[in-house]
Design a protein around this ligand. Structure first.
Ligand code: MG
Length: 471
């Protein structure tokens, strides 16, 4: 167990010159009780889709228990509003615009994409593997399906999952209605183990169950410390659930799927208990972006937040988030700002891993909030769409410089000068625009944007290139 002074010491090292301090940092951590880390990352789950976050008919008893006995974060943001950049942000602790893992030409990686997460990027997996962690990636990847970009090339010892979204590789054109009544055979999505395709099309009804079984097997077969990144394919459409769960929720198929994910978490919690690891494992639960609203009841709910996936309104990027570590995390509700971007620094601290000192990071160590009841060190959030900065939150206020309401449409882009301003603590639904009343706040955020822009070095677009372009 870390004592307070060492925690402070480690944190100051992580925040400061990590390169210089690395040997000391590693010695400290190696002598301590380094936790296992399990990140459970849903796909397209909305802010309002868990019992603990207010859904009236979806039952999530295991996640609700984790929220009650851990920390429930209510202002926690994904790094982007769509899959690929969001995942790149989580794993690298960097805004995806820095790694080139976002694009104004293609929003995510597709089966014909030629590139992926560059080798020059350092993932959480690589950082903790370097200090002795066993690492597993289970689930959806979407950071490049060609060999140079797969999980094994980014620090994961093993991989089991689908390399891109479950609605890709369509065998025929499908309308929204047809995708809400989809068959597995409508999608030629591969299931991979390490770098081999082991099933095609992936039998999607059993994916959630098989991912959970894979996690449980990994926990039983590997000595701690370990790091598991469980990136569920669901609840991204097309929705599939195993027979055991189909028809069990009064929320319909979407509820069945969420409830199967929750039940799997129950199985994982039992395994941790049986193997004596529940008090030495940090579990983080969140989602990659908000609900996919055009799919109506097959999409989730952002609850009281505005809009959903693909947008820089709160419903696109603010996610349910739970941190759970019995005996270590102070139970409570945290309304301060946090982000998946912060998982890198937080996990690096706990694992005694190196914070990269040769690049701009966007990752805050959340340890003071998690373990000491102190405020979150994060006070701002940058909302990018593709490579363009659309909005910025600082403390309670969020300024929109550009808005675009729809996921796919490109004809409703609106620029705002002065920006639209909302107090997202008073008004989380972004209903009451207030820029004229708070010119000082607008000026302060504009100053923050200018500072951010002056230092920003955008990475080369990794999403635009297609396999056919390079042949
Ligand atoms: Mg997604």
């Amino acid at each position: 167990m870390h004592n307070t002074s060492r925690r402070h010491f480690l944190r100051s090292l992580v925040a400061g010159s990590a390169t210089l301090a690395l040997p000391t940092l590693m010695r400290c951590a190696a002598g301590g009780n380094r936790p296992n880390i399990l990140i459970i990352f849903c796909d397209d789950l909305g802010y309002g889709d868990l019992g603990a976050f207010g859904h009236p008919t979806i039952r999530t008893p295991h996640l609700d228990q984790m929220a009650a006995n851990g920390q429930k974060w209510t202002s926690f943001y994904a790094a982007a509003s769509v899959c690929t950049p969001s995942r790149a942000g989580l794993l690298t602790g960097r805004l995806p615009v820095r790694s080139g893992m976002c694009s104004d030409r293609r929003r995510v990686l597709f089966p014909d994409s030629a590139k992926g997460l560059p080798q020059s990027e350092i993932t959480i997996a690589r950082a903790v593997k370097n200090v002795g962690y066993k690492t597993a990636c289970i689930g959806k990847w979407n950071l490049g399906h060609l060999p140079p970009y797969l999980p094994a090339r980014h620090g994961f010892d093993c991989y089991f999952g689908i390399p891109y979204s479950n609605d890709m590789d369509k065998v025929r054109a499908l309308s929204i209605e047809q995708q809400m009544d989809a068959k597995i055979e409508d999608y030629n999505v591969p299931l991979m183990r390490d770098e081999e395709i082991v099933e095609r099309p992936a039998e999607q009804n059993t994916l959630t169950r098989r991912y959970n079984e894979e996690v449980i097997r990994f926990i039983r077969e590997n000595r701690p410390p370990w790091f598991i990144y469980l990136a569920h394919t669901m609840v991204h459409i097309p929705l599939f659930a195993s027979d055991e769960f189909r028809g069990t929720s009064s929320r319909g198929l979407y509820g069945d799927v969420v409830q199967e994910i929750d039940a799997g978490i129950g199985d994982i919690l039992r395994t941790l208990k049986e193997t004596g690891q529940q008090r030495n494992t940090l579990i983080v639960f969140t989602s990659d972006n908000g609900p996919w609203l055009p799919f109506r009841e097959h999409g989730g709910s952002a609850g009281l937040l505005r809009d959903g996936k693909g947008t820089t309104w709160e419903g696109g990027m603010r996610e349910p988030a739970i941190f759970y570590w019995p005996g270590r995390i102070q139970p409570g509700v945290v309304t301060d700002i946090g982000s998946t971007l912060d998982l890198f620094a937080t996990i690096a601290h706990l694992a005694g891993a190196e914070m990269p000192g040769d690049r701009e990071m966007d990752s805050y160590d959340l340890a003071p909030a998690l373990f000491e009841g102190k405020p979150s060190p994060r006070r701002e959030m940058f909302y990018y769409r593709g490579q363009q900065l659309f909005a910025v939150r600082k403390d309670a206020y969020k300024a929109h410089f550009v808005t675009m309401a729809e996921y796919a449409a490109n004809n409703n882009r609106q620029e705002h000068d002065p920006p639209l301003l909302f107090n997202v603590e008073h008004d989380p639904g972004e209903k009451f625009e207030c820029a004229a009343r708070y010119p000082d706040v607008v000026a302060d955020i504009q100053h923050l944007v200018a500072e951010h822009a002056a230092k920003m070095v955008k990475g080369e677009d990794q999403l635009a290139a297609r396999i056919t372009d390079t042949n």
